[in-house]
Design a protein around this ligand. Structure first.
Ligand SMILES: [Mn+2]
Length: 357
């Protein structure tokens, strides 16, 4: 297991590489270069200077999260071939600078979605929160505006230019079935996996967050049967998963430790996001601290499944609460994620020692 920390780069992340280096037991980052427009080839110069910065700080840069998939690929438009060729070139450029895993998602239009970014907890901390009932009273335009307005920092997956043509993009998905979306997904994977195999990169798809459909748009990566269909689309270790405990765990029907056990055992888990959620009702949850007792997931069982079935995976803590007066990107604070790392590393040490005695 390699413990990593998501970092957005020197321009927009208030957290420094030195901050990350000082978190005990953290070997590297999951890096982002969100300034590059979706669909463009990532320039080698940008990649090399980014990787050098990370390495100079004493950290590894072996995972990128994310290289976003252009909407035309998900929609199956004729222009997808150009975007897939660009994606392959980006993968070649990343591999040339030591990248081994690329996390991405295949969610149409919306990436992760919450109805509150600063939900106040009893202890005064704030967290991300979702209530499907609240969402029913909002239009897609409302939620985009509310999300963009409530963060002073750019949010991953919520790039304003990508959402500028929201009505138009959403209308193009009208009537698309999950199987049709999956066909477009297969086309994408068949286009990129040969390049992945050639350059030694493993793709790791992040599940839909939350783990159900939103605004009637199809989503195809949020259950065990979905994940099985994804790994079956192209049978290669290059077509792997980023199992996100919190995203899949937002739906209590998903058995997260069992998912790690199953797909880890198949050699198809390349990355893991490990965090906790607290169920508050049907399609209603908040993001808890990482500790098992603070939420609804058994974090010991999750770490044990990783330890036993995919021990070489890249892990990171996922979203954290805002605590101790920290100001930053909602979900991506320093303090609570650092606490998460320390807790997960503690679980790992205990599991490791118990298994070898
Ligand atoms: Mn995640």
């Amino acid at each position: 297991m390699k413990m990593t920390f998501r970092w957005y780069g020197p321009e927009t992340d208030p957290i420094t590489l030195e901050n990350i280096r000082q978190i005990p037991g953290t070997s590297g980052i999951m890096g982002a270069m969100d300034w590059i427009p979706v669909g463009d080839v990532w320039p080698e110069d940008d990649i090399s200077s980014y990787v050098r910065k990370v390495n100079d700080a004493g950290l590894e840069c072996e995972v990128i999260e994310s290289v976003n998939v252009h909407e035309d690929i998900k929609l199956g438009k004729p222009s997808r071939d150009t975007y897939i060729a660009n994606y392959c070139k980006t993968l070649e450029n990343l591999a040339a600078h030591g990248i081994k895993v690329v996390v991405y998602n295949f969610m149409p239009v919306f990436d992760w979605l919450r109805t509150e970014l600063f939900h106040r907890n009893e202890d005064g901390s704030t967290c991300l929160y979702y209530d499907h009932e609240d969402l029913k009273n909002l239009t897609p335009q409302d939620i985009v505006k509310a999300t963009l307005d409530s963060s002073a920092f750019p949010l991953p997956g919520w790039e304003p230019d990508r959402l500028a043509d929201l009505d138009d993009v959403m209308s193009q998905y009208t009537g698309m079935t999950p199987d049709e979306l999956r066909d477009n997904y297969r086309y994408f994977l068949e286009g990129i996996v040969p390049t992945c195999e050639k350059v030694g990169i493993r793709m790791a798809v992040h599940p839909d967050d939350p783990a159900w459909d939103i605004f009637g748009i199809p989503r195809v990566v949020h259950s065990d049967s979905d994940l099985q269909k994804v790994v079956d689309l192209v049978n290669s270790p290059a077509n792997s998963l980023c199992v996100c405990a919190g995203s899949l765990g937002s739906n209590p029907n998903n058995d997260v430790p069992a998912i790690f056990t199953k797909y880890g055992g198949m050699g198809r888990v390349a990355a893991a996001h490990v965090r906790n959620v607290k169920f508050l009702g049907h399609k209603k949850f908040k993001e808890a601290a990482h500790l098992s007792s603070d939420g609804s997931l058994d974090m010991y069982a999750i770490m044990k499944a990783i330890h036993d079935h995919c021990p070489d995976v890249y892990i990171r803590p996922d979203h954290g609460r805002m605590i101790w007066g920290e100001v930053g990107r909602p979900g991506y604070p320093l303090y609570d994620r650092a606490l998460g790392i320390t807790y997960l590393n503690g679980l790992w040490e205990a599991i490791e020692k118990a298994s070898t005695h």
